[in-house]
Design a protein around this ligand. Structure first.
Ligand SMILES: [Zn+2]
Length: 178
């Protein structure tokens, strides 16, 4: 990817790419929930949890999914099952460093390495903070949802079945109930 943007312009472009990509994959998961009668989820719920990590690190954090409030983090998972205390994130393969599809753009290598490593570190930090506050965390790769869409078109379960197994397993562990 040639680096044709100024830094400010690039971060503006990136934030738009991120929000659009995320909205699409979120909608794919909404379809999976609806098609399988999975209820009890909410979108874009802000959770405020304690973080024991340093405020110096906190100040560097900036993301539509996360902001800092002193020693606390305001986290916005893509989906929340409030009764189950289950937070679900749909992670884009590029932005979150998927081991299968995560790539480093050739241009401006140092910038991207730093940027993508910071994203991965932030995801781990969010997971830790949520778990310490009694939340279960489920992260689903964007590629799992792409496979799901393909399998659905063929009338099979495939990757979707495996994805749902993970969702239901996490829900079951929370004492699913109704
Ligand atoms: Zn992937």
């Amino acid at each position: 990817m040639p680096d044709v943007f100024t830094k400010a312009k690039r971060s503006d472009v990136m934030s738009r790419i991120r929000s659009r990509g995320n909205a699409n994959t979120e909608l794919a998961l909404v379809r999976v929930f609806r098609a399988n009668g999975i209820t009890g989820w909410r979108r874009q719920v802000k959770l405020v949890v304690e973080s024991r990590e340093s405020s110096a690190e906190s100040r560097r954090v900036s993301s539509p999914r996360l902001s800092t409030l002193g020693s606390r983090l305001a986290v916005r998972p893509d989906f929340v099952f409030p009764k189950l205390r289950l937070a679900v994130f749909v992670d884009g393969c590029f932005w979150h460093g998927c081991p299968r599809h995560g790539t480093q753009p050739k241009g401006n290598g140092a910038f991207w390495r730093k940027k993508l490593a910071a994203n991965v570190a932030r995801d781990r930090r969010v997971n830790r903070a949520l778990r310490r506050s009694g939340w279960r965390v489920l992260r689903i790769w964007e590629h799992a949802l792409k496979w799901t869409a393909k399998q659905q078109a063929k009338g099979g379960l495939g990757a979707e079945g495996r994805l749902l197994q993970r969702v239901w397993k996490a829900m079951g562990a929370a004492g699913r109930g109704k």
